[in-house]
Design a protein around this ligand. Structure first.
Ligand code: SF4
Ligand code: SF4
Length: 149
């Protein structure tokens, strides 16, 4: 039950619509492209906590108690979906990470598909993009069905 609640909290209404639509269409989400080090994703970040994507500063400060490395993030405001967004104080004026080689997992994993399902989007400058595709095995299955007919 706790897992289901956590899963639901990681969706926004828009994200849930995206997820259900993808499932109904039998498609999957893929991430394409590459990073060209523009630094935009470090200037506007959504963070996830135990209860899903953060909406309150109280929840954010509770995370800092447990993970002091989150102190680098500065609350900037709330986005149109009600999620807090942050900038990172470790971003240099040149747009680079102060400690790129030992940056946190959430940084090296960006962009994560969860961003799409929480209703978010990639910065317009980002070199990555999220694309919805039909998985090859499904495509193959449908083709084979067609040959049997
Ligand atoms: S730690 Fe580095 S990579 Fe992570 S958000 Fe901050 S500047 Fe960006
Ligand atoms: S926004 Fe995209 S291209 Fe720019 S630094 Fe982040 S991952 Fe790289």
């Amino acid at each position: 039950m706790a897992n289901i609640l956590r899963l639901l909290r990681s969706f926004s209404p828009l994200g849930l619509i995206r997820y259900v639509r993808l499932r109904l269409m039998g498609r999957e989400l893929l991430i394409r492209g590459s990073c060209h080090c523009c630094g935009s994703c470090c200037r506007r970040i959504n963070l996830e906590g135990e209860k899903g994507w953060l909406r309150s500063e109280k929840d954010f400060y509770a995370i800092i108690d447990e993970y002091p490395e989150y102190k680098r993030f500065v609350v900037m405001g709330k986005d149109e979906l009600g999620f807090l967004y942050f900038s990172c104080s470790w971003l240099t004026s040149a747009g680079l990470c102060r400690d790129h080689d030992s940056r946190m997992k959430l940084c090296s994993n960006f962009p994560d598909k969860g961003l799409h399902f929480c209703g978010g989007k990639l910065p317009p400058e980002c070199g990555f993009r999220m694309v919805e595709v039909r998985p090859f095995d499904r495509y193959l299955k449908d083709e084979m069905k067609g040959q049997v007919k």
